[in-house]
Design a binder for this molecule. Structure first.
Ligand code: ANZ
Ligand code: ZN
Length: 830
């Protein structure tokens, strides 16, 4: 019997696809569809999570291409990052060699799986040709005021010896990483407890976009609600009020405090400033206790509920009372206004601070249900009814928050918890931050004509290798020409991935674009800018972006920020870069996430490309988790053999046989119904239902195969349709089937099958149905036989060709068959 052996054919078909340039996207697209999978981190080899991700994009891309779109389905490499440095260290090589080895391996893996990418647009973020544009964008952002250089208390991983962004600090039990807190988390990568350090660091001003990024989420209908919620939480919009306190009898500028609980205003018994607050800094100039305190906070990892009282008092705007002013470490610099009105009775931290400092606790909200409070020991933090608040007594908290705004000192305000994006990393394997430090001129961005600033040769050190690269560091100031030193920090690799999907759109120079990419000549690069704006405006937003849900807040927030910033700078015209987002679910094995580190992983090629693709797509909806089971894998394997056998058996006698012209409305209708259903399921990314439909359809054809010899037209058409419909999921197999069916060209390039007629238009004609029922006993669906005066017949050789006949109901079958055979179109077909 004939078996399908993918290992024997895959290299052949992959080469044919490449030779024919099947996946190359034309430069001028009429119907652009941009299908994107999150590019892989170059860690060594592909795992099942990658395979699932890319099986989804590949199936959709292949489907849309057959349906007539100009599809862009590119691939590249997220190639910078600390793991390459660690791997290089362990293997006594350098990060670049290690990374290139990984890329070669992973590219082979992708080809072997049959994924169809436009490799002429491949990008690798560690190429100077790519990262020069990170640098270029950095300097543009710098010019636009979107870059800050600040002394900051930063999260420091002692193991990785680098700074981490807030979003890369996880609370130990929270793998997605929603911790905003300083000093109480672990490194997202290695799990080491994160420490605090004060360093001069580079930031991108993502907070400038907090409001836009927050509001924009409402319109992202094509994104999962869970991701939108995570981003809302992360941005942390807070509605409240800004309350102005006159300080030191107006000798000093007034202090604004941000509060979400204006209803507790009468309970404010002190005002607290962050150590970095302007007033705190001013006071430290001539008050030694304050100066010492600010210094001690900077030096410690855990300032806790410490604080220092200043000489000043603030005037409570509602009561007129004078309350003490503190500098306190628990008040954060870059949250709200950097100052709080302390309400010990109703806020946890204020309560703790007041206990520590011996400050009064004054209750101004009481539970509505009359239940008691235990204020000396714990604050009452819920809403309730006001007390001890003059005219406002008796109001509910929510009403009080409104009413208390009718005061000159209070103003409605919104703040965001989001903080600026810290991009400095004290590591080698990343994009050098293109800045020169000059004693006279300060920080000077490297001018465009001197980009890229390429990485120096790698040397192994314990700290930052760029720091040790003495010669590389020494340079001259671009402004004044004096001796100067280079910045030795590199960029967070999330910068690389914030705009890579734009580079795919115009990776090549003008001259090369659209010509001769198939020749395999190394393409030159698009040299004028990171991407061609006109092309980007034409292609964006990305139609569908598929990737893991661990990126809900980091990467997927950064790409939105970049698109907005680029649009404001005038480099792009697209605020939201991704229209539809799919977070693929997890592949489980033995109840746990499949992974190398757990030792429960299965190599993607263990069962062959097609089996794996069929299985990962048929197991569940893309966004659902599923369990890897040998039983389901063998079902996928068997299905692929069934498909192959159907076609192979049909093909065996094909030359000798003439196909019967007998018409079969039932089968025709089932073919058309299947096309319609499968198309719809592809459109909705329900590949598991595609496979379900095709299994049912293959069973039906199987019954015909055993009962219906010689085959009728409809049967041959059915096999061709089946082949085309399965091609996006099982592409090597489909090419083999297509070839056996003696079809010209590649099924990957064939037009998507179309139904001959609307399913509802089928009228089941009596004699044919009767015969169908006789021949194929398993078919029980058609029971009612209409007897209209006129019957309509559909005749098809395959979906390339069709003919219709109208016959009278009274005509004998021979006459009807005769009429069909006399049809010009049929005769032409032979
Ligand atoms: C007075 C008050 C009374 C507050 C009360 C809360 C409850 P959450 O609590 O996370 O929703 N806040 C404002 N700026 C701050 C800063 N720079 N550093 C530390 N804390 C700050 O955040 C809102 C509250 O955080 C604000 O409302 C403020 O304390 C505090 F019964 O003001 B509240
Ligand atoms: Zn200078």
């Amino acid at each position: 019997s004939r078996r399908y052996d993918h290992a024997r054919v895959q290299e052949y078909w992959q080469r044919v696809w490449e030779r024919e340039g099947v996946f190359e996207c034309p430069a001028d697209a009429d119907d652009p569809t941009y299908v994107l999978g999150m590019f892989p981190y170059t860690s060594g080899s592909l795992h099942m999570g990658h395979i699932r991700n890319y099986a989804i994009t590949d199936a959709y891309a292949r489907y849309r291409r057959m349906a007539g779109d100009d599809v862009l389905h590119p691939m590249g490499w997220d190639a910078f990052g600390l793991p390459a440095e660690n791997a290089a260290y362990e293997r006594d090589t350098d990060p670049e060699s290690w990374t290139r080895t990984c890329i070669d391996q992973m590219k082979d893996d992708l080809r072997e799986m049959g994924f169809g990418y436009d490799w002429s647009r491949e990008i690798t973020t560690c190429d100077p040709e790519y990262y020069r544009w990170n640098q270029w964008l950095f300097t543009r952002f710098y010019d636009e005021g979107l870059v800050e250089y600040d002394a900051a208390t930063v999260n420091w991983c002692p193991d990785c010896e680098t700074v981490l962004a807030d979003a890369q600090v996880e609370t130990p039990d929270d793998a997605i990483g929603h911790s905003h807190a300083h000093g109480q988390g672990v490194c997202w990568r290695c799990g080491t407890a994160v420490e605090q350090r004060d360093l001069d660091q580079w930031f991108l001003s993502i907070t400038d976009y907090a409001e836009e990024l927050y509001d924009g989420l409402d319109d992202l209908d094509g994104w999962p609600e869970g991701v939108r919620d995570s981003q809302r939480n992360w941005i942390g919009r807070q509605e409240g009020a800004r309350v102005t306190f006159a300080v030191g009898h107006d000798d000093h500028p007034a202090v604004d405090a941000f509060t979400t609980r204006l209803d507790t205003a009468y309970g404010a018994t002190y005002l607290a400033l962050s150590p970095g607050h302007d007033l705190a800094r001013a006071l430290a100039e001539d008050d030694e206790t304050v100066a010492d305190y600010v210094e001690s906070v900077a030096a410690t990892d855990d300032a806790g509920m410490s604080g220092v009282e200043t000489d000043l008092t603030a005037t409570h705007p509602y009561t007129g009372a004078e309350i003490p002013v503190y500098v306190a470490a628990y008040v954060l610099d870059d949250v709200g206004t950097g100052a709080v009105m302390g309400v010990p009775a109703h806020n946890e931290r204020d309560h703790a601070f007041a206990s520590e400092q011996g400050l009064p606790v004054e209750q101004v909200v009481e539970p509505v249900d009359g239940s008691g409070t235990d204020l000396p020991h714990a604050p009452y933090t819920d809403d309730g009814m006001l007390t001890g608040s003059d005219d406002y007594d008796g109001l509910a908290s929510s009403a009080a928050r409104e009413r208390l705004l009718d005061h000159d000192a209070a103003e409605e305000a919104v703040t965001y918890r989001l903080r600026d994006w810290l991009i400095s990393r004290q590591r080698y394997w990343g994009t050098p931050i293109p800045v020169v430090h000059c004693d006279d001129c300060g920080h000077v961005p490297v001018p465009e004509e001197d980009l890229p600033v390429e990485l120096p040769e790698y040397v192994q050190t314990t700290g930052n290798p760029l720091d040790a690269a003495e010669e590389w560091k020494r340079t001259t100031c671009p402004d004044c020409g004096a001796d100067a030193v280079r910045e030795t920090d590199t960029m967070d690799t999330f910068v690389d991935s914030s705009w890579y999907f734009l580079r795919y759109l115009s990776p090549h120079g003008e001259a090369q674009r659209g010509s001769e990419q198939a020749s395999g000549e190394p393409a030159s690069h698009f040299d004028d800018a990171p991407f061609d704006q006109a092309t980007a405006d034409e292609w964006l937003p990305v139609d569908v972006y598929v990737g893991g849900e661990e990126h809900a807040v980091l990467h997927l927030l950064y790409i939105r920020f970049f698109a907005r910033a680029l649009s404001d700078i005038g480099l792009l015209d697209c605020d939201e870069p991704v229209e539809r987002l799919i977070n693929q679910g997890t592949v489980l094995h033995g109840g746990e996430k499949m992974s190398k580190s757990k030792g429960n992983d299965i190599a993607p090629h263990e069962y062959g490309a097609e089996t794996t693709r069929l299985f990962v797509l048929s197991a569940a909806h893309p966004s659902q988790d599923f369990e890897w089971t040998v039983k389901d894998v063998s079902t996928a394997y068997d299905f692929q053999q069934t498909l192959y056998r159907l076609v192979a058996e049909y093909a065996d006698g094909m030359d000798a046989r003439t196909e019967s012209a007998d018409h079969d409305a039932y089968l025709e209708r089932e073919i058309d119904r299947t096309i319609a259903a499968v198309t719809e399921e592809y459109e909705r990314f329900r590949f598991h239902r595609v496979v379900g439909e095709l299994q049912r359809f293959a069973r039906l054809l199987g019954r015909y195969a055993s009962h219906d010899r010689p085959y009728r037209f409809a049967y041959g058409r059915g096999l061709r349709v089946l082949t085309a419909l399965v091609a996006p999921i099982a592409p090597f197999l489909a090419e083999e089937m297509w070839h056996l069916l003696d079809e010209d060209g590649l099924v990957a390039e064939h037009r998507w099958p179309e139904p001959l007629r609307d399913v509802d238009d089928y009228r089941i004609e009596r004699e044919v149905v009767r015969r169908t029922l006789d021949d194929v006993r398993d078919i029980t669906e058609v029971v009612d036989i209409e007897e209209p005066d006129e019957i309509e017949l559909v005749v098809a050789a395959d979906w390339k060709y069709r003919a219709y006949e109208i016959a009278r109901a009274a005509d004998p079958d021979d006459a009807i068959v005769g009429a069909i055979m006399a049809d010009e179109a049929i005769k032409r077909h032979g």
